[in-house]
Design a protein around this ligand. Sequence first.
Ligand SMILES: Nc1ncnc2c1ncn2[C@@H]1O[C@H](COP(=O)(O)OP(=O)(O)OP(=O)(O)O)[C@@H](O)[C@H]1O
Ligand SMILES: [Mg+2]
Length: 252
Amino acid sequence: MARRKKIYEGKAKILYEGPEPGTIVQYFKDDATAFNAEKHDVLDGKGVLNNRLSEFFMLGLNQIGVPTHFLKRLNMREQLVRSCEIVPLEVIVRNYAAGSMAKRLGLEEGQALPRPMVEFSYKDDALGDPLVPEEYIISFGWASQQDLDDIVALALRVNDFMSGVMYGAGIKLIDFKIEFGRVYEGEFMRLIVADEISPDSCRLWDIETGAKLDKDVFRRDLGSLTDAYTEVARRLGVLPANTGAPKPTLIN
Ligand SMILES: Nc1ncnc2c1ncn2[C@@H]1O[C@H](COP(=O)(O)OP(=O)(O)OP(=O)(O)O)[C@@H](O)[C@H]1O
Ligand SMILES: [Mg+2]
């Protein structure tokens, strides 16, 4: 069999050409990076967990009518997605102050925000993905006003969905980052949720204890990252089948 063509290798994933035009295979690596890749480690099993979790969230979004790139999971580490033209923005939705926002404004981490807030950073590793206002995005042509309106509306729907799913699992969704892509259908362009949705790109706190269940465990050396992600997957019922305990068989 011919070797697959690698399209891109990033910090957390590898993209390969998919079996059909317009498709891509996303391979989830075990690598964890933080602070713009200054901190790096390989954490056994992280890729498997993120592949499963991203599938779970994207499938749920597809089901409630939020379009995503997800087509199907192929195996433990790979999923088939629609190829799209990535909008060069990280779209961040915040429900509680944390991370860079808490730092910038001198807010206490965990403080509830008056309402969910959406902010954008420009995807450029060399610049450290700087926060950018809408004015920059439109003026530099990274997205149109109409695109931005659609992106904000979709991002808020993703937030409602993710907050609800997490709440049901005893987890508070503090904030998250998503990426959008453009797909073309005839003369029409549509925005879809792309990249991944996983504990790598969310802040998740246990509602009862406040324990962190996301990449901050790695950023701040708070313990085992894979244990935290496994806990999220377990609570959501999406643990890989081969790590679950065998089910008892009813005999009557
Ligand atoms: N459906 C898609 N079609 C095309 N590109 C995609 C799609 N989904 C995600 N991508 C892109 O694939 C890459 C995924 O790799 P990874 O997340 O490891 O990158 P990264 O190291 O975080 O770099 P980047 O700063 O580009 O996100 C990202 O650049 C992301 O924008
Ligand atoms: Mg990425």
